[in-house]
Design a protein around this ligand. Sequence first.
Ligand code: GLU
Length: 314
Amino acid sequence: MSGAGVTGRFAPTPSGRLHLGNIACALLAYLSARSTGGRFLLRIEDLDPPRCPRRLAAQAMEDLRFLGFDWDEPPLYQSERAAVYERALSQLDAQGALYPCFCSRAELHASAAPNAGDTQFVYSGACAQLTAAQRMERAKSRRPATRVRVPDELLTFDDGLYGRVTENLARDCGDFIVRRSDGLFGYQLAVVVDDALSGVTEVVRGRDILSSTPRQIYLQRLLGLPTPRYVHIPLMLDDEGRRLAKRDGDLDLTTLSRAMSPQAILGMLAFSLGVLEENRPATLDELIRIFDWRRVPTQDVRLRLPEGLRRDAP
Ligand code: GLU
């Protein structure tokens, strides 16, 4: 059956220690792939190397191994793939899909209309209108970012958990950045290129990234790349209902492993996510056998932490 299933992946950005939200994502991606006899890949999303030192990538892998995860190929480091992203950018450029954007942060804020989601701003498209002469003039004082033009039309996909998602890129997001003015490649571009070149057929990740998916599908279409199946998963909340984040510095594996075995951590996560019916230790092999997406909820999940690890613990 091996090879017949999906190819899944876990793609952490190691700018801090993995927390239980990241591990929940790794767990569901892993169980989904392995329960079909499929492959599981690891990709280190260190596009911004100073923010993502190798030591944190090594720590992430150590944490994953501690819990029993394995992956099928050596991990891919995005920091080593500039040539691949350059090629994709040239392909987009040859289609006339790109333009340089000289807007400063302040200009972006001043001209942008907040979209329905309000945290994201819709780019006004100001720099799309510049003439060649204006571009040359502005390039004297500022290094541009590179944006991709988006169409004013609906883009739809079916998420494995959240169902049909529809977005109009022009209205909801605007032309977006594929290369920053400091030269770093955009997340959307790198993810799309890497998922396709690694043969990933299923992307499991937090629902905080759901709104990026239409942009990624749009890039896949421009680049002639296949669209994987997407399953966005609920966010993990602590016992006070707050979203877990790397910067909290708590509930990472140093704290957890003092109080719990790897199987107890996996069991607690699997129980919190509906995969396991009771809160008890479990191995990955056992969870692979019982895994069923239909039991995973769409509403955000409160972790069922043992007493000693709760925030209100003395
Ligand atoms: N690197 C992203 C993160 O750590 C995940 C990207 C993805 O799964 O597509 O949040």
